[in-house]
Write a protein that binds this ligand. Structure first.
Ligand SMILES: Cc1cc2nc3c(=O)[nH]c(=O)nc-3n(C[C@H](O)[C@H](O)[C@H](O)COP(=O)(O)O)c2cc1C
Length: 228
C-alpha cells in the first residue's frame, strides 16, 4: 500500500563530493555536498546560492570535485555545519552553522596542487576531478521567494586523477568499479556500499571505449585503451 507524504527535502541518496574552490583572497575553501550527478564528462551539482563555494565558482569558474570514501566520515562531519561565508547566511545561522575560514585545518585534510585549475585537490580523496564551470542555472526561479537561492551548475571535467589501486588491471583508462568505496548521503545520513557488486549488469556488456566519442571527453592526452 502507498500513501502520499511530503518530506521537507527529497534526499533519496547521492554520492558525497568535497568541492574545493578559491576564496577572493586566494585561500582554499572546501564544501561537502551531495546533489551531484554525472553524464559523460560533465557533472551537474546543486548548490545554495549563499554558499561560499557557489560564489567562488561563479567568480573563478574553476573547482576540484573530490570524492571521499566511506571511511572519511570524520572529515566530512568536521566540515558539516560550517561555511566559508562571513557573515553566516541567516538560515544557516539559525540551524547552527558557523563560519570557518580554514576548512583544511578544520577537517585535517591535505591540499595537493592541481594541474590545470588553481584550486587544490584533496590528497586523501582517491578520486579528484579538476573542472570548470560551463553554465549556471538559476533553479526555482518560478518561485519568487527562491530566486537565486539554489543553483544547478554544469561543470566540465578537465582532468581526472585516481589512486592507482582503483585502476582496472591491464587497462590504461579504466576504473575497477568493484574497488570503489564511495560515501553516499540519503536524508542526511551516511551510507556506504560495502556489499559490493550484487548482480551482473547487462549494460556492462557494452565495451566501455564505445562511449568515448559521445561523452564530451576533454582530455587530449589519453592513450587508446587497447587491452595490455
Ligand atoms: C554530506 C553533506 C552533503 C551536503 N550536500 C549539499 C548539497 O548537495 N547542496 C548544498 O547546497 N549544500 C549541501 N550541504 C551543505 C553545505 O555543506 C553547506 O551549505 C556549506 O555551508 C557550504 O560551505 P561554503 O558556504 O563554505 O561553500 C551538504 C553538507 C553535507 C555535510
Amino acid at each position: 500500500m502507498h500513501h502520499p507524504i511530503s518530506p521537507a527535502i527529497l534526499y533519496w541518496g547521492t554520492p558525497v563530493v568535497l568541492i574545493s574552490t578559491l576564496n577572493p583572497d586566494g585561500t582554499p575553501n572546501i564544501a561537502p555536498m551531495s546533489s551531484a550527478w554525472w553524464l559523460g564528462h560533465r557533472c551537474m551539482i546543486g548548490l545554495a546560492g549563499s554558499s561560499q563555494t557557489t560564489q567562488n565558482l561563479l567568480r573563478t569558474k574553476t573547482c576540484v570535485l573530490n570524492l571521499p570514501t566511506e571511511d572519511m566520515t570524520t572529515a566530512v562531519n568536521a566540515l558539516a555545519l560550517t561555511t566559508g561565508a562571513s557573515p553566516v547566511p541567516e538560515w544557516k545561522h539559525g540551524v547552527g552553522y558557523i563560519h570557518v575560514k580554514d576548512k583544511f585545518a578544520r577537517s585535517g585534510l591535505t591540499p595537493q596542487a592541481s594541474e590545470v585549475v588553481p584550486p587544490p585537490r584533496i590528497k586523501e580523496c582517491p578520486v579528484q576531478m579538476e573542472a570548470e564551470l560551463v553554465e549556471a542555472h538559476d533553479m526555482m526561479k518560478d518561485m519568487e521567494e527562491l530566486k537565486r537561492a539554489p543553483f544547478a551548475l554544469e561543470l566540465k571535467i578537465l582532468r581526472i586523477h585516481v589512486e592507482d589501486q582503483l585502476r582496472l588491471e591491464g587497462f590504461e583508462n579504466r576504473v575497477d568499479a568493484g574497488k570503489l568505496r564511495p560515501l553516499f548521503m540519503a536524508f542526511q545520513e551516511f551510507f556506504g556500499m560495502r556489499r559490493g557488486k550484487v548482480d551482473e549488469s547487462r549494460l556492462a556488456g557494452i565495451e566501455e571505449e564505445n562511449y568515448r566519442g559521445i561523452t564530451g571527453t576533454v582530455a587530449s592526452d589519453w592513450k587508446t585503451n587497447e587491452k595490455q
